[in-house]
Design a protein around this ligand. Structure first.
Ligand SMILES: Nc1ncnc2c1ncn2[C@@H]1O[C@H](COP(=O)(O)OP(=O)(O)O)[C@@H](O)[C@H]1O
Ligand SMILES: Cc1ncc(COP(=O)(O)O)c(N)n1
Length: 275
């Protein structure tokens, strides 16, 4: 039977981040994708032009529609926007027993727009992090959650440990925002050991949706029954290929290439999408 994954997140009309990035990633990793929409954004590669939260009633109903018929093998959350949304999402996750849970604590879009109200950060900490199997903050998100300043690897380790202490069984503190080195280093903490996942930094402005795509790849692999360590390794390869084989779409920060990982496995040229 096919594995099924659910994303609970916002829509990006530009198709590079949010629900769209998640579903494309699920599909590329051969997992059946489902979605619960929390907000509609009017968005393109130049920025976010509008944010329209979905009503709580509509979110609740979508969660029940999935929970009562299509039990997902793994679930991820992305943009949740406010405390009320966080609370009902957390309640339903508990109610349906969705324990294979990846929390991408989306807060601010690359262009600076707010995707989670600052007053809702505490709700995320109190209601969602205790349910998480894996949490995938970037550096600014980890700073908001821990109220620390993070510049060194030691500070990253300390922050990952604090987030683990908030209830997330695994923490991946992503290193994309540290532009001080030629490498990009993600840090994994499982409560016992720290593992550094390093790759070369790709010089590009087309990184819109990297975090969404990465956490969706982790979720897809977990849905297939892979271990957290395996899922994280595949996700890193998926995002590295997606950034490297850039599509060059839009006048601003363009999307990553969701075809790239499979194209490489199938020997398809990513520039033309042909063999
Ligand atoms: N320029 C880059 N080159 C290679 N990998 C990158 C680059 N930017 C981000 N990544 C990777 O993409 C993923 C998302 O990273 P990050 O940018 O930190 O998160 P977010 O998109 O949530 O801000 C991480 O696995 C990170 O290592
Ligand atoms: C709907 C939605 N969800 C998440 C992101 C974050 O993506 P990024 O940090 O790459 O801008 C986004 N821009 N839009």
């Amino acid at each position: 039977m096919i594995s099924k994954a659910l994303t609970i997140a916002g829509s990006d009309s530009g198709g590079g981040a949010g629900i769209q990035a998640d579903l494309k990633t699920f599909q590329e990793l051969s997992v059946y994708g489902m979605s619960v929409l929390t907000a509609v954004t009017a968005q393109n590669t130049l920025g976010v032009q509008g944010v329209y939260p979905v009503t709580l009633e509509a979110i609740n109903q979508q969660l029940d529609s999935i929970g009562l018929d299509l039990q997902p093998d793994a679930v991820k959350t992305g943009m949740l926007f406010n405390s009320d949304i966080i609370r009902i999402v957390a309640d339903k996750i508990k109610y349906y027993g969705w324990s294979n849970l990846v929390i991408d604590p989306v807060m601010v879009a690359k262009g600076g727009s707010t995707l989670l109200l600052q007053v809702a950060v505490q709700s995320l900490i109190s209601h969602l992090l205790p349910l998480a199997l894996v949490t995938t903050p970037n550096i600014p998100e980890a700073e908001m959650i821990t109220k620390m300043t993070i510049s060194t690897i030691e500070e990253r380790k300390k922050a990952a440990k604090i987030i683990h202490g908030m209830g997330s069984k695994y923490v991946v503190l992503k290193g994309g925002h540290d532009t001080s080195t030629t490498a990009v280093t993600d840090l994994l903490y499982d409560g016992h050991e720290y593992t550094l996942l390093e790759s070369s930094r790709i010089q590009t402005r087309h990184t819109h949706g990297t975090g969404c795509t990465y956490s969706a790849a982790v979720t897809a692999e977990l849905a297939k029954g892979k271990s957290v360590a395996e899922a994280i390794q595949t996700a890193k390869a998926f995002i590295q290929a997606a950034i490297e084989d850039e599509l060059g779409i839009g006048a601003g920060h363009g999307p990553t290439n969701h075809f790239a990982y499979q194209n490489r496995l199938r020997g398809i040229n990513s520039a033309t999408n042909e063999q």
